[in-house]
Ligand binder design. Structure first.
Ligand code: MTE
Ligand code: HPA
Ligand code: MOS
Length: 803
């Protein structure tokens, strides 16, 4: 890295365009390995945070040298487990015949519910899910037991030879059927402000509609996996690919009937989680632990991709009914909204997911008189779970659809309708859950994007194009995002960290968060490096480990950096304070006068290398390590009424997307995307832009090609990459520009930054709205475009055809 790159400080990059350019240039990895290892001085003023340093594992990852759970060298005697799946969506489990399976080569045993030493019910929040199905099965793919064999392929082959006797019962497969049958995993929730019915009656215009939005498979590149190693005296070591090592620890100890302290869970990194490993990595660990307990040997359980699709939950599919009233200007006056949430067979995280959908049904808009009903429906399918956005996308898409429909019905531009409905400043600024929106930048952000994307000119050009083009039609849309940051469950908004300074001056940081590719460890190390004034290469972040930082929350809700980088900053600050006091004593100055920068400790009397100070401090018996703890301030809310301040702040963004559709085949392409997104003061612009690009493309997949199809027996028929299509590199729009909003977080958050992990996914709603705009080109002016998501070729064609 050259001196120019190092000089890119957070102050020097106010213009978002400049920041984009720097991020890209700066993120090119240096070829000089000495750079990474060197513990030498950086140029004066250099700081680690605010710079586009490469991801801490980037080199190891591209070299194949970064270890995932399946790469850990297996101990002698390790056996492999594979799951036995229910082939019936709902039924009585009468018996399991293992004879054929046990006769297969390499097979050691079959593990069933009777082998669970502790509670046969999983130790999760809702306590409604069996570890292994017993007596009844509730979806195709539910795990009845595991086969253990010498190799993973032997275990998988034998698992298919286990015969389960199941007497079928009627199954609820559609969310509408579950709603009718009042089949719920949790009670419905109603949120109300003002009088929606009266507002609708009075409204100059009214629209009614229904909408369905599909689920989404996480398709993490590294599938679900756990490796359980028995230790001495009923203690256990679990390697798990998980966003929540603490939850794995709870579930495993609960199933084994032992105390939490006897289970240690470690996760160095995941090959993606996307919410799919927030809870549902736990099952793998529990199943492997039960087998390891029975057979007294290490057990590895790595799901085959097809099994991963069949066993684990996905993003919740939603169905909506709405009625909206609005004035001549398009300003919304009343809204009645019903959301039916397809939770699958158990609650898992469905409560908080459905809550977040309610919280985000406003997206960026002030809903005056509003009534929302949220039904958490139980169906005989996989138990749906966290997925990037966590209900937020499903909350927002319906109000964005409504905005698009209002515009079309009035013959006005959708961007104008959206802007007229935005939250105000000092008025119209309280959400339907009674939180005041204090940090609103929506209007200037949309105005800037309108200008930089040349939205108005392009809309005219597209109209001209559509006039001249009979088959290929284009469409364009700008949609905003306002996403609440904090776990909706207030108690999870806490974090801990440890910072160790060794006597050579090198620093190790450990925190309760997990690395899934999002760059958390890189950002934490940047913050710690600056707190101690040492070069970034001097700081090493180590594997998440329940024996280092206990009771850590899941790395989720995009809050990983907000929580863990602050905790790590506080830990580093404690060590720095110890050193400052010590040096102040040597130099007879106040501790406040001691500066830590550029690898030096500076007092009015002079400068010493950090490394030298550490050695001296050690010799004088000064503590060189510390813990740090952070809890998010200001947040609270009432679970029953969903009112209060669930979020510390909001992350904002907007995207302008242009698409083309083929009106004869329904095929579509995303042509151009311009994004303006708010990450506050970026700790690492390259990583943040990567999150924005990745989040957008993942959202685009959800709304276009990724379709989950269950047949009338409840079998998920799209359970492999052959039939389930995530976006590929060729689907990335040719024009894809990401700019960062140039203001710090208005709340006191680490480095002035904002969370970035999930919000950009919802920018992809602009793809869906642009597609509806393109479909609209073949319809009479005010006829609404009705199109469920995902907008597959079939759905686009259906929407085109429904004149
Ligand atoms: N980015 C990568 N590369 N891989 C992932 O699995 N998960 C997303 C997001 N970005 C994910 C990702 C989700 S669902 C969340 S909640 C956040 O990262 C979690 O990490 P953070 O809180 O540190 O941003
Ligand atoms: N996001 C992710 N995970 C969660 C949340 C949330 O808001 N609340 C509880 N678990
Ligand atoms: Mo992310 S869905 O909160 O793991």
């Amino acid at each position: 890295m050259n001196a120019k790159d190092l000089s890119v400080s957070r102050d020097a990059v106010a213009d978002p365009d400049v920041r984009t350019a720097n991020a890209r240039a700066d993120s090119v990895p240096t070829a000089d390995p000495a750079q990474k290892q060197s513990l030498t001085r950086q140029p004066a003023g250099a700081r680690a945070a605010g710079r586009s340093t490469p991801h801490e594992s980037a080199r190891a990852q591209v070299a194949g040298a970064a270890t995932y759970v399946d790469d850990i060298p297996e101990l002698r005697g390790t056996l492999h487990a594979a799951p036995i799946l229910s082939t019936v969506a709902h039924g009585k489990l009468l018996g399991v015949d293992t004879t054929l399976a046990l006769a297969m080569p390499g097979v050691r045993d079959v593990i069933l519910a009777c082998d669970i030493p502790g509670d046969p019910v999983l130790g999760n929040f809702s306590h409604d899910e069996p570890v292994f199905a017993q007596d009844t099965v509730q979806h195709i793919g539910q795990v009845i037991g595991v086969v253990v064999a010498d190799t993973v392929m032997q275990a998988r082959r034998a698992a298919r030879k286990v015969v389960c006797h199941i007497e079928p019962l009627p199954a609820l497969l559609k969310v509408q059927d579950a709603l009718k049958a009042q089949s719920y995993v949790l009670p419905p929730v109603f949120v109300k402000r003002g009088d929606a019915a009266a507002a609708l009656l009075k409204a100059a215009h009214r629209l009614q509609g229904t909408l369905e939005v599909g689920g989404q498979e996480h398709f993490y590149l590294e599938g679900q996996v756990a490796y359980v190693v028995p230790q001495e005296q009923q203690q256990w070591l679990v390697y798990s690919s998980t966003q929540h090592p603490g939850e794995i620890q709870h579930w495993v100890s609960h199933a084994l009937g032992i105390a939490n302290h006897a289970v240690r869970v470690e996760c160095r990194r995941m090959g993606g989680g996307f919410g799919g490993k927030e809870t549902q990595s736990g099952q793998m660990a529990v199943w492997a632990a039960i087998a390891a307990h029975k057979l007294h040997c290490p057990i590895k359980l790595r799901l085959d991709r097809d099994d991963d699709f069949m066993v684990t939950g996905k993003r919740h599919p939603f169905a909506y009914e709405y009625e909206v009233g609005f004035g001549d200007s398009g300003r919304l006056t009343g809204l009645k909204l019903m959301m039916a949430v397809n939770c699958g067979f158990s609650a898992d995280l469905s409560g908080p997911v459905a809550d977040r959908a309610v919280f985000h049904a406003d997206n960026a808009y002030f809903l005056e008189d509003v009534e929302i009903a949220s039904y958490r429906c139980k169906t005989n399918t996989q138990s749906n779970t966290a997925f990037r956005g966590f209900g937020g996308p499903q909350g927002m898409i319906v109000i964005e659809t409504i905005m698009g429909d209002i515009a079309r019905s009035l013959g006005l531009d959708p961007l104008d309708i959206r802007r007229r409905n935005l939250y105000g400043i000092g008025e119209r600024d309280v959400t339907h859950y009674q939180m005041k929106v204090e940090d609103n930048i929506l209007e200037p952000l949309l105005a800037k994007l309108e200008q930089t994307s040349h939205y108005r000119q392009r809309r005219e050009a597209i109209a001209a194009w559509n006039q001249a083009s009979p088959v290929i039609k284009r469409g364009i849309a700008i949609t905003p995002v306002k996403f609440g940051i904090s776990f909706t469950a207030t108690l999870f908004n806490q974090a801990g960290a440890l910072v160790h300074v060794y006597t050579d001056g090198s620093v190790q940081v450990n925190h309760g968060g997990t690395e899934m590719g999002q760059g958390l460890n890189t950002k934490v190390a940047q913050i710690v490096a600056d707190e101690l004034g040492v070069p970034l290469a001097q700081v090493l972040a180590t594997a998440s480990d329940t024996s280092k930082v206990p009771n850590a929350s899941a790395t989720a809700a995009s809050a990983g950096t907000d929580l863990n980088a602050r905790a790590a900053q506080y830990a580093a600050r404690n060590v720095r304070d110890n050193l400052a006091q010590f040096v102040a004593g040597l130099d007879r100055c106040g501790a406040g006068a001691v500066q830590f920068e550029n690898g030096e400790v500076v007092t009015p009397a002079g400068a010493r290398p950090f490394t030298e100070v550490v050695k001296l401090a050690y010799a004088n018996r000064i503590q060189l390590w510390s813990d740090g703890f952070y809890r998010t301030p200001k947040i609270h809310y009432d679970k029953a009424t969903l009112t209060g301040r669930p979020f510390y702040y909001f992350a904002y963004g907007a995207a302008c997307t242009e698409v083309a559709i083929d009106t004869l085949t329904g095929e579509s392409r995303v042509l151009k995307v311009d994004i303006l997104h708010d990450v506050g003061t970026s700790i690492n612009p390259a990583i943040d832009i990567g999150q924005i690009e990745g989040g957008f493309i993942q959202g685009m997949g959800w709304l276009t090609t990724e379709q989950l199809v269950w047949n009338d027996k409840g079998l998920l028929t799209t359970h492999a990459p052959s039939t389930y299509k995530i976006p590929a590199t060729g689907d990335v729009p040719e024009h894809f520009k990401v700019d960062l909003w140039p203001e710090p977080n208005r709340e006191d958050n680490v480095f002035g930054s904002k969370a970035v992990g999930e919000p950009p996914l919802m920018l992809a709603i602009s793809v869906y709205e642009a597609l509806r705009d393109a479909v609209g080109a073949v319809k009479p002016g005010d006829q609404l475009v009705v199109m469920d998501a995902p907008a597959t070729a079939e759905n686009v064609l259906r929407a085109v055809g429904s004149r």
